[in-house]
Design a protein around this ligand. Structure first.
Ligand SMILES: Nc1ncnc2c1ncn2[C@@H]1O[C@H](COP(=O)(O)OP(=O)(O)O)[C@@H](O)[C@H]1O
Ligand SMILES: CSC[C@H]1O[C@H](OP(=O)(O)O)[C@H](O)[C@@H]1O
Length: 403
């Protein structure tokens, strides 16, 4: 067995990941372990290590000093591993049922060791297959309400929040979002990935629309300045594991103090993208309509659960005298809803023409169908951005989507 040097960073191989998991005491030296690298995300290495005799397994996630999807030409801070493990620990304090347990982290090696969730399915994959998760909406609504409330000025000591903000200073990962979600898709930028047949549509629908750009500018400014709560920062369906009985949220390396609506908007955007992509996945019209109705019910229930749970936490844990003032909670929730719609619109658009697409849409084999889904998603995203102050309830959003 090798002893892993924890004084300097080195990317793990399968062999060194196995040795390290013994070195930190998660397995016995004599255990016969099997490991594989299973990372399919844009940024990091993910090793699954299992004792074949007992079936005990763990996940060892390690940041690379660059963005994996692009390669070493895009250097990226290793500090994101510290942010991820700290954010997981904070989430675990308030919603342990929806959070993997962190067993070990090392900031030099940029490593987080956590629960293996392989008995669950990544929700993006499950929705592409047409699976139904009966708990997903309730669990994500609760996850959002509890993590966001308890890490905001409404639910935590306001001086402690200021101190915690320093720990979650995440400039490099925020910059990725600022560029890839808010700026690049709205200009002819070289990070964009636009099929030639879509280019004219993008030019006329997005790049030449000055009023749209004004709206996106103010949403970007919210992302830059509205340090409302410790947010997950990248809550798409690829960051959620689920089964019929369980829901667990992973991958908070983009966490920072930002707008509450950004997390809710990310989830809503990715459900909507899956909704639109079903044109290319379920041929039978009736079956497709039924599945799309299920997806809309996920949106409605998630928001409704968030709204009720956030309101209940507000009544019982007020940190500020103004929280007893009639109507203030409604004002806050209305503003969160408006931000949510705007961010959801930006998130939908970025996934259609930006650097990192989504499998829901990219997996549609028929080119015309795929391009049509992209056009519809861009149009809906734009509508959410521009009409976010007129769409005042989740039922109205549902109407907008189905019209
Ligand atoms: N705790 C876990 N248990 C089981 N598999 C995991 C776990 N964390 C990550 N994975 C696997 O690794 C993949 C990439 O993980 P993710 O955290 O999204 O990486 P990245 O930060 O690179 O996007 C996931 O899609 C999943 O298949
Ligand atoms: C160059 S990072 C692109 C994209 O990847 C991240 O997603 P994930 O790590 O979950 O694959 C994030 O959404 C970034 O915007």
């Amino acid at each position: 067995m090798m002893t892993i040097d924890t004084v300097k960073y080195e990317p793990f191989t399968i062999e060194t990941a196995v040795d390290y998991s013994k070195q930190i005491g998660l397995f016995e030296q004599s255990d016969l372990l099997e490991a594989e690298e299973i990372g399919d995300g844009n940024l990091n290495l993910v090793f699954r290590i299992q004792n074949k005799n007992t079936n005990k397994s763990i996940i060892l996630k390690q940041a690379l000093p660059y963005a994996k999807v692009v390669g070493s030409s895009w250097p990226l801070t290793l500090d994101r591993a510290r942010i991820e493990s700290e954010a997981l620990k904070h989430a675990y304090e308030v919603v342990p049922e929806f959070t993997p347990r962190v067993y070990h982290s090392d900031h030099t090696l940029a490593v987080t060791v956590m629960d293996d969730l392989s008995h669950l399915q990544i929700v993006r994959k499950g929705l592409i297959e047409g699976n139904v998760y009966p708990r997903l909406a309730r669990d994500i609504g609760t996850f959002l309400a509890h993590t966001l409330f308890y890490h905001s000025d409404f639910g935590m000591n306001q001086q402690e929040k200021k101190k915690l903000t320093l720990k979650f200073n995440n400039p490099e990962l925020c910059k990725i979002t600022e560029d890839l979600v808010f700026t690049d898709p709205f200009f002819d930028h070289d990070t964009n990935n636009i099929p030639s047949k879509l280019r004219e549509f993008v030019e006329t629908t997005l790049w030449s629309d000055k009023s749209l750009k004004r709206e996106v500018a103010s949403l970007k400014h919210l992302f830059l300045t509205k340090g409302e709560a410790l947010i997950h920062g990248d809550l798409h369906t690829g960051s959620i594991f689920a089964s019929a009985e369980e829901t667990v949220v992973i991958d908070p390396e983009f966490a920072y103090f930002g707008p509450i609506g950004f997390d809710i908007g990310a989830f809503i955007a990715n459900i909507l993208l899956n909704y639109l992509s079903q044109e290319g996945h379920i041929e039978d019209e009736q079956a497709r309509n039924e599945y799309q109705d299920y997806l809309l019910s996920v949106l409605t229930e998630t928001w409704n659960v968030f709204d009720v749970e956030f309101g209940a936490l507000w009544q019982d844990n007020a940190q500020d005298s103004f929280m007893k003032v009639d109507g203030y909670l409604d004002d806050v929730l209305n503003q969160i809803f408006q931000d949510t719609l705007g961010f959801a619109g930006c998130k939908m658009i970025r996934r259609m023409i930006g650097l990192a697409g989504v499998e829901d849409v990219e997996a549609i084999e028929n080119e015309e169908l795929r391009l049509n889904v992209k056009r519809t998603a861009i149009t809906l995203g734009k509508l959410l951005i521009q009409n976010r102050s007129q769409i005042t309830s989740i039922n109205e959003l549902k109407k907008v989507v189905t019209q």
